[in-house]
Design a protein around this ligand. Structure first.
Ligand SMILES: C[S@@+](CC[C@H](N)C(=O)[O-])C[C@H]1O[C@@H](n2cnc3c(N)ncnc32)[C@H](O)[C@@H]1O
Length: 463
């Protein structure tokens, strides 16, 4: 019986027995088991029996053979590997062959990798780039790679940009005077009654760690009247462009929206549904927000408007209108060449320890949470929703921003979780509501500063 131990034993004998076994199994499914369990292969391993397998009719066998050849660092293998690469159709086998060439880390492989850079599969090009980037400070490599910053594929462009251009470009960017974890004390636990776009003019670049918000719905409620859908989207785009400016490098924006319905004008017209999350998305990406995740907030059936009633009566096709029990939480990150690890490492050990997400966290992107009804504000966040977002996307003491604060749920929850908050709200009624709630220590009045007018806020910010 074939076992790993037996394969290892044959391999260690080094007298060709393993090759003999593989040749004998050419059309037997067990060949795959042997190829996948060959383990470490020394440089002097006789790999000649593996090369014919690179043209085997079954792609998994070709892939396994390529993986084993990749383990043996032999310059002599280069030309035959490249020839097989040229004729191979399966993308994973092709990648494995490029990886095998790249792993050689010898100057002889450079001309092959340069040729592979012209491949029309971006994954293959990235694999070749990876193989070339091991040659540090190599002029030849640099000359071949730099032009790929204009490559048609975005992944390729990003890798090259990060490698050769990012440092230079970042040198000229306005820098905050603060470290990544700090913020300005004049923004901490502040609520401003004003139009967010006016307020943000006075907020310095790279001040906030997280933004979580639910924008006004397009013409669905009194506080949100816009001349057109385009004007509405452009207004939100402007807010999130400014939010991008004030966000710290590599930090998150979470936008809660859902498609909305505008009722029909008369019986001879239809109502119109606006897919806000999908229409807003391109504006966000154009303004430097990188899409990370879509989280679905699912509400119970009983809590939403009944749309299915009409269909249930006659069950006629085309009349189907499901009850909309979901909203989106679209998660974005401020574009950066730095990894999330860099953000995490900016915090000291104690803060990181205190910010560890407690057990019981949500493991899927469907969050079942009951909506909250409020007698003053018609669209408030449930605290549980804010809790999750703040815990999963910020550290203790971070500054959490909500440009459309409403009743201030983001602020209250941020405080509850040991974060600071900065809120803007245009409607005096809701601003007043937040202030009134602060009395019984919900926002913690003595710590929270409420600014009734822009003038008051500007005086507070400007020295
Ligand atoms: C959907 S509600 C947010 C509710 C909030 N998440 C809560 O938990 O109470 C949107 C809020 O944005 C406010 N708003 C609309 N346009 C604004 C603007 N230009 N500047 C600041 N606030 C604005 C509205 O008055 C409304 O209270």
């Amino acid at each position: 019986m074939l076992t790993k131990e037996y394969i290892t034993e044959l391999k260690n004998k080094g007298n060709g027995d393993l090759g003999y076994l593989v040749n004998g199994l050419k059309d037997n499914p067990s060949i795959l088991y042997v190829l996948e369990n060959m383990g470490y292969l020394p440089k002097n391993f006789d790999s000649s029996f593996l090369f014919p397998l690179l043209t085997h009719e079954y792609h998994k066998i070709r892939l396994a053979a390529a993986k084993n050849i990749a383990k043996i660092n032999k310059v002599e293998n280069l030309e035959s590997l490249y020839q097989i690469f040229e004729n191979e159709k399966d993308t994973s086998v092709r990648r494995e062959i490029v990886s095998a060439i790249g792993r050689l880390r010898k100057k002889e492989n450079k001309p092959y990798l340069f040729k592979i850079l012209k491949d029309n599969d971006p994954k293959i090009v990235c694999q070749a780039i990876r193989g070339l980037l091991v040659f540090e400070n190599d002029e030849d490599v640099k000359q071949n790679l730099e032009p790929l910053v204009n490559h048609q594929n975005e992944m390729v462009r990003t890798v090259i940009y990060k490698q050769y251009f990012a440092d230079e470009a970042n040198k000229d960017k306005p820098k905050s005077s603060l470290s990544h974890t700090e913020t300005h004390s004049f923004l901490e636990n502040v609520v401003v009654n004003g139009d967010v776009l006016d307020v943000l003019k006075y907020v310095p670049t790279e001040s906030v760690h997280l933004t979580f918000t639910s924008p006004p719905y397009y013409n669905a409620r009194d506080y949100s009247i816009y001349p057109s859908y385009k004007a509405y989207l452009e207004f939100l785009a402007e807010v999130f462009k400014e939010t991008h400016r004030i966000t710290k490098e590599g930090r998150f924006l979470i936008v809660n929206t859902s498609p909305i319905i505008i009722p029909r004008v008369s019986r001879s017209h239809s109502s119109k549904r606006y897919p806000i999350p999908f229409d807003l998305h391109p504006y966000l990406v154009d303004n430097g927000w990188e899409f990370i995740d879509d989280i679905i907030w699912q509400k119970p059936d009983y809590s939403v408007k009944n749309r299915i009633g009409g269909f249930m009566q006659h069950k006629k096709p085309l009349m189907y209108k499901p009850n909309a029990v979901t909203e989106y939480l679209m998660v974005y990150r401020k574009e950066t060449t730095k990894l999330i690890d860099w953000n995490i490492r900016s915090y000291d050990k104690e803060t990181t320890k205190q910010s560890i997400v407690p057990d019981g966290y949500e493991t899927t992107n469907v969050w079942k949470i009951d909506p909250k009804f409020d007698k003053i504000h018609s669209a408030v966040f449930p605290v549980e929703l804010c809790k999750r977002v703040i815990q999963y996307y910020s550290f203790k003491n971070d500054l959490v921003f909500d440009p459309f604060a409403g009743s201030g749920t983001v602020g209250k929850t941020a405080k509850l979780l040991g974060r600071k908050f900065f809120l803007t709200e245009k409607e005096p009624t809701y601003f007043d509501y937040m202030k009134s709630q602060a009395k019984p220590n919900i926002l913690g009045e003595f710590e929270t500063q409420f600014f009734w007018t822009m003038e008051e806020f500007v005086n507070h910010v400007l020295p």
